[in-house]
Ligand binder design. Structure first.
Ligand code: KG4
Ligand code: ZN
Length: 371
């Protein structure tokens, strides 16, 4: 380029994001300009009430609700952003992993809009959306270590680029949020179980019941939470042999369970940090995302683990830690400079590991297949 020439202006992108892989129908409008992105709107329509009677997310009910709500959700996001479909110049949609009926609803809706408007379509991995969020909220530079910890996911990822992820380990069965929800049900607390257990645990004695710390004796960063839940069930049944569960029993079981989760997550995070720092000593950053990161005991303990090795600790605001569509639009914004848009043959994928070199996890949680 001649010195007198000015560089062409970076294109401004207005991206519609769509998320429907679990039990939240979400749409968002993101404005991206010269490497910076601003959320113009983010609408999340939950389905908690629809699944309340069933003790978990019912895939068929979720898929139908997504199909019914997507249009309204997108309309609301456009109104909130003060824009119209005519001004959108790309569509980003979660195309996996997740409950397949919901993912299909989102992908079909996105294809319709992209085709009608003749604009590019980007299929986004839901986990990439979570993993890239600290860049949207805090401008964190690559690489960083991410602990994704929610009702459906639990894994350590080294995030090295918009589509460059290395999985260091994760749960081999339940996600921690799933365990919080199940344990809350076992001890007659309300749903979602995480906040209910956290509140009750504050008055409890974490040492009254002996609960296991699964997989701490095994090297590496893999975790397991299913046995812990069964151990709580056994302790509860012992208490029930002597009469009803009292408020004190509930508090002590909640405190014991939470302490075990804190312990396992923290110890495994220390190991993941050590592995990560050996790979990237110059960028000591630990990020967390997911609903479980709302737990103050967990958050404080993870922050301490980061501090102990001189790493920064970043936790995006909760509304962007949990499922939302702004993160899907943002992942497309990050990826559009690195890859082509997807075609109308974009398919919905129930399983889609972010790290293509790591083996696919077996099993399926209440919120869909493990990635
Ligand atoms: O990320 P999220 O909103 O949805 C997905 O799982 O995709 O996470 C929801 C999960 C639920 O299982 C809920 O019990 C858990 O996060 N959670 C908590 C807390 N708040 C929400 N777990 C522990 N402590 C909390 N304060
Ligand atoms: Zn999620």
């Amino acid at each position: 380029m001649l010195a007198t020439e000015t560089a062409p202006p970076m294109p401004i992108h207005t991206i519609l994001g769509i998320e429907s892989s679990c039990d939240d129908t979400a749409a968002a409008i993101l404005r991206g300009n010269a490497g910076r992105a601003e959320i113009l709107s983010s609408v999340v329509m939950g389905q908690t009430a629809l699944h309340a009677d069933f003790g978990g997310v019912v895939p068929e009910i979720a898929a139908r609700a997504h199909a019914e709500k997507l249009d309204h959700c997108i309309e609301q996001a456009l109104v909130d952003a003060g824009t119209t479909l005519a001004e959108i110049d790309a569509v980003a949609v979660t195309s996996g992993p997740g409950l397949i009926g919901g993912v299909v609803s989102g992908v079909m809706c996105a294809k319709g809009i992209a085709m009608a408007r003749g604009i590019p379509l980007y299929g986004i991995n839901h986990l990439a959306g979570h993993a890239l969020t600290p860049r949207l909220t805090d401008g964190v530079a690559f690489p960083y270590l991410m602990l994704l910890v929610s009702g459906g996911h639990c894994q350590f990822l080294v995030v090295a680029g918009p589509d460059e992820f290395r999985r260091l380990g994760g749960t081999i069965d339940d996600a921690p949020g799933e365990a919080f929800d199940k344990v809350a049900r076992l001890i007659s607390l309300s749903q979602p179980g995480g906040p209910a257990i956290e509140a009750r645990a504050s008055a409890g004695d974490p040492d009254r019941f002996r609960l296991p710390r699964p997989l701490l004796d095994r090297a590496g960063c893999d975790m397991s939470f299913s046995g812990l839940k069964t151990a709580v069930l056994r302790q509860r049944d012992k208490v029930l042999q002597d009469g009803a569960l009292t408020a004190r029993d509930q508090a002590d079981l909640a405190a014991g369970f939470q302490a075990a989760v804190v312990n396992v997550l923290t110890e495994k995070t220390r190991r993941a940090l050590a592995e990560y720092l050996a790979l990237s000593p110059a960028q000591p950053t630990l990020c967390v995302a997911g609903g479980v990161a709302a737990n103050m005991a967990i958050r404080a303990s993870l922050e301490k683990a980061a501090e102990d090795v001189g790493a920064d600790f970043i936790a995006p605001p909760l509304r962007l830690c949990t499922d939302n569509a702004a993160m899907i639009a943002y992942a497309a914004f990050e990826q559009m400079n690195h890859r082509d848009a997807d075609g109308m043959d974009l398919s919905a994928r129930p399983r889609w590991p972010l790290d293509r070199s790591s083996p696919t996890m077996l099993g399926s949680g209440k919120k869909g297949a493990k990635a």
